[in-house]
Design a protein around this ligand. Structure first.
Ligand SMILES: Nc1ncnc2c1ncn2[C@@H]1O[C@H](COP(=O)(O)OP(=O)(O)O)[C@@H](O)[C@H]1O
Ligand SMILES: [Mg+2]
Length: 269
């Protein structure tokens, strides 16, 4: 099974998530009403953190799968493995969530192989079924099962878009980067950095986000700001921190990197 598969058990501590709108209410309603949910938004804006927060808050196990282009339906449902000379069926994370209850979260679902949508469709119907052809089982999802998928619509890759027939089976919520005040609070809370520094990093990100799409494929994410704040907090110099956590991750192009350094210099004053 793929090393990217990660299983998280229910936590007593609810991971910190600063909500930016009515997303918590929406998630809880979707969970109670047995509706699948699609989270759209750029990398590093808090989608994964939100799902772990909600799973912990609702007290259900979370099965997170980072999708990639080799991920097949069998990686999600399970397969027969040889164990001690015997052939045994081993549930994949999706099957575990359906069999025992929980939230199955498929991160970057568009990356997965096409056959993955085939196993998702019957789970998004009213009856919420998971047919396992290999074992001959037809599993019915329990009340606390929920399917959550995320994707980044920013990738300008036409080959990698969700088919309308798939996406129209999900409720959908758009995630954006938090507003400046919220993002400043998140940085302080996550890294222990002071207000002034957090505010400076958020202003830097905001100026870079205005450049995104023109010269940059992706904007400076909340995640990168957290990396930067973490470096600063551990005593790395400002220039080195922004180079390593913001400029280098965003571009390989020398001119663009110079432009980013200039933009940062102007904000820093
Ligand atoms: N609203 C938020 N509340 C708390 N932390 C956040 C929030 N948004 C982003 N973060 C921080 O940013 C990091 C990256 O977010 P993540 O959920 O992994 O992004 P995504 O899944 O959208 O790529 C998180 O680990 C967390 O530290
Ligand atoms: Mg994520």
């Amino acid at each position: 099974m793929s090393g990217a598969l990660k299983e998280l058990l229910p936590e007593t501590d609810v991971p910190f998530y600063q909500s930016t709108g009515n997303e918590e209410q929406l998630f809880e309603a979707a969970w109670r009403q047995h509706l699948p949910l699609l989270l759209k938004g750029p990398t590093g804006c808090g989608k994964t953190r939100f799902v772990s927060h909600m799973a912990a808050k609702l007290g259900v196990p979370l099965y997170t799968v980072s999708c990639h282009d080799d991920l097949t339906a069998a990686d999600l449902t399970g397969r027969y493995l040889i164990k001690g000379g015997e052939t045994v069926w081993v549930d994949g994370p999706l099957t575990r969530a359906v069999r025992h209850g929980g939230i199955c979260y498929l991160d970057e679902v568009v990356e997965a192989r096409k056959d993955v949508t085939v196993v998702l469709h019957p789970l998004t119907d009213d009856r919420r079924l998971l047919p396992l052809d290999r074992t001959g089982e037809l599993l019915e999802a329990p009340d606390n099962f929920m399917l959550v998928v995320s994707y980044n619509p920013g990738y300008q890759n036409l080959l990698k878009q969700l088919k309308p027939s798939t996406r129209q089976r999900f409720l959908a919520a758009e995630f954006t980067f938090p507003d400046a005040r919220t993002e400043t609070e998140i940085l302080m809370r996550e890294t222990g950095i002071d207000h002034q520094t957090a505010d400076l990093l958020v202003r830097i990100a905001s100026s870079i986000r205005n450049l995104a799409g023109i010269d940059l494929e992706e904007a400076a994410s909340t995640r990168l700001l957290i990396y930067c704040a973490t470096l600063l907090k551990s005593g790395v110099a400002f220039d080195d921190s922004v180079t390593a956590a913001i400029v280098e991750p965003l571009s390989d192009d020398a001119d663009i990197k110079t432009g980013l350094h200039e933009a940062i210099g102007i904000i820093r004053g």
